[in-house]
Design a protein around this ligand. Structure first.
Ligand code: ACM
Length: 643
């Protein structure tokens, strides 16, 4: 009886110590900062310290293998902890530091990828229904440990403690992707592996691999060797993509590369071990210049045999109607094209176990089709009323090829334009409009609106960033919600961050573009909608910046920069309005060309520049610490931006 009384007292005390909302109850350095925010998180007072030698005990050795490897790697590398692994029912009650438990009967509340993570005074346990859940639980556990756990070298003098906590967590969406464009710039197999590792920290589970485009064909197709002999190579150029001079005939075409089929198998296996699927994209019928340069007979256009893989020189007039200056499309009226596609997708389908194959379909300029007698005669024969229907004819034939290989057909939202066959899935990129339309027609949808999820776009002011087409600030990415009002949420499979690489030449810049917007998108895809909170997110992002610093992952600090709010042409006098993306910052400025610091004037409202001033310099501080970049903004540039 006494014991029962004691037990009740302990339970009450334990539940009280967990009852405070985390963000108010803990000093900043003690606050738990998991990204994406878990479904339920209760932080206790106190912590559990990992001993110098510890045992990870697993209820199912095979199911826990990836998770054990992850923990073992981190704990030995950064913390120098000696990790032993044991398993089997007999050891279930041994005193071990970390237990990985696979449920014998499913816990319906956490689904296939969910987990329960408990950090108690007696040790840590992660429970899940499936191996993926254990892995995600371990990723959260790593985020509970001191930031130095991110180090690739041994860090001495750290107490390797995790705050006491009870976490129940599972994703909002099963499709949590990042698209990597390896066609515009090629990234090696080893670089892609690191990219996958970085994705998994934040519980992304799909790598959408954009494997072909006008600038390169990146996958070995054994039946079509010229795709990689010719199509994988262009002329190295640096500067602003799309503005490069046309390569000379004698310039070496030795820039690029491709993955052999063995490379692809290795990548697929590597990703699978980390619970990431790889979805291949072969982008047709537009964006196909690398294929046409390899096999000119795939074009409707005379002279295609002279075509070369694009090296970043302009060949497209963008506008309401796309006009290609070089025909980069596969010909829908050419039977050889369908034979080609069958060969390509036979090999692609056998290499990638993922259910879906992405077939592109975006930005297909039709001006050369309009001039083609073959396309006109196809249209007559098939009663196709316009060029969109000609593309739809192509897509339907391609869909048959894809489904015959046992795969599901997915394309960018342009595939809706001439009518979509049942069973096709749509990736909505021109906003969410295409996704809404597709869902209303009963098609599956993946949301990737360029307004929120295009992480190739600039994240700060164009004056500070490598120039790309437009901007998506961090806050915009955080506002991403894959389910628009009025749409059947069951048809929305999830969403993605899309990382096009026209202007990305190396992996450091890949990282800079993905983080922290990737954090915002990860949270939009994993966390419950009602748990999203911008200020709370930023608090955690700043803690993850410290982790990135230790992991030596590059990221953008653009969220600290002031926003130059554009004024109107009619404003008289001309004035400069500044805004901030996050709270708690002060902006200091100068008009005298010197570098402002916190002893300079502080921005408190619209600025009227002195008559002869040419430059506004600004920098943001938090208290006494500079946190933003020193930005030099010509006054004339601001005048040019007036609307
Ligand atoms: C796309 O961004 N062209 C899909």
């Amino acid at each position: 009886m006494k014991n029962l009384f004691l037990l009740i007292c302990c339970c009450v005390a334990a539940s009280l110590s967990y009852s405070q909302p985390v963000e108010q109850s803990q000093p900043a350095e003690k606050r738990i900062a998991i990204i994406p925010e878990p479904v339920s998180l209760k932080q206790g007072s106190g912590s559990f310290t990992l001993p110098d030698r510890l045992t990870i005990w697993t209820s199912d050795e095979k199911a826990s293998r990836s998770t054990v490897r992850l923990l073992q790697h981190k704990l030995t590398t950064a913390a120098g902890i000696q990790v032993a692994v044991s398993g089997g029912a007999a050891a279930a009650n041994r005193s071990v530091a970390i237990k990985l438990l696979l449920n014998a009967s499913p816990d319906e509340s956490i689904g296939q990828e969910g987990y329960r993570l408990s950090v108690a005074a007696s040790g840590i346990s992660i429970t899940a229904n499936q191996p993926a859940g254990l892995y995600y639980g371990a990723q959260s556990l790593l985020q509970l440990l001191p930031k130095e756990i991110e180090s690739a070298q041994l860090v001495k003098g750290i107490a390797w403690e995790a705050p006491l906590a009870d976490i129940i967590d599972y994703p909002r969406f099963g499709w949590r992707g990042v698209m990597l464009d390896v066609a515009r710039h090629f990234f090696t197999k080893e670089e892609v592996k690191v990219f996958i590792d970085d994705m998994t920290r934040y519980k992304f589970n799909l790598l959408h691999f954009h494997l072909s485009d006008d600038q390169g064909w990146r996958i070995e197709i054994k039946a079509l060797p010229k795709l990689t002999e010719i199509g994988a190579w262009n002329v190295k150029k640096e500067g602003y993509f799309g503005t490069f001079t046309k390569p000379l005939p004698n310039e070496p075409r030795n820039y690029g590369g491709f993955y052999t089929q063995e490379d692809i198998k290795e990548l697929v296996a590597y990703a699978k071990e980390k619970f990431v699927n790889i979805m291949p994209e072969i982008d047709v019928p537009g964006h196909s210049l690398a294929a046409i340069a390899s096999y000119p007979e795939l074009s409707c256009t005379p002279g295609a045999s002279e075509y070369k893989v694009n090296s970043g020189e302009n060949f497209m007039k963008w506008g309401p109607k796309l006009t290609a200056l070089v025909d980069n499309t596969l010909c829908p009226a050419n039977e050889k094209v369908y034979v080609f596609l069958d060969k390509v997708f036979s090999e692609v389908a056998s290499l990638f176990p993922f259910d879906y194959i992405h077939v592109g379909g975006d930005e297909c300029a039709k001006n050369f089709w309009e001039q083609s007698a073959a396309v006109r005669s196809l249209m007559q024969k098939e009663k196709l009323k316009n060029m969109e229907e000609a593309q739809a004819y192509f897509e339907k034939r391609l869909q048959k090829i894809i489904t015959a290989k046992g795969k599901k057909f997915l394309g960018w939202d342009e595939i809706l334009e001439g009518g979509l066959a049942p069973g096709a899935a749509v990736m909505s990129w021109r906003g969410v409009k295409g996704g809404i339309e597709a869902a209303k027609l009963g098609h599956e949808v993946v949301m990737t609106p360029s307004t929120h999820t295009y992480v190739d776009l600039m994240q700060g002011d164009p004056i500070t960033e490598p120039r790309v087409y437009s901007s998506v600030r961090l806050q915009k990415s955080y506002q991403f919600d894959p389910v628009p009002a009025g749409v059947d949420a069951r048809l929305i499979k999830g969403g993605q961050a899309n990382l096009w690489t026209e202007q990305i030449y190396n992996t450091r810049h890949l990282q800079y573009m993905l983080w922290p917007r990737g954090l915002a998108i990860a949270e939009s895809l994993w966390s419950p909608r009602e748990k999203k909170n911008w200020d709370g997110f930023i608090d955690r992002v700043e803690r993850h910046f410290q982790r990135f610093d230790i992991a030596e992952i590059k990221y953008s600090r653009a969220m600290y920069d002031p926003i130059f709010v554009g004024g109107k042409k009619t404003d008289n006098p001309f004035k400069i309005v500044l805004d901030k993306e996050i709270e708690g910052l002060d902006i200091y400025y100068s008009f005298d060309n010197s570098f402002p610091d916190r002893f300079y004037p502080k921005y408190a409202g619209p600025l009227i520049p002195p008559k002869d001033a040419v430059m506004l310099k600004v920098i943001t501080y938090r208290g006494k610490t500079p946190v933003g970049r020193m930005i030099a903004m010509p006054i004339d540039e601001l005048k040019k931006r007036l609307r």
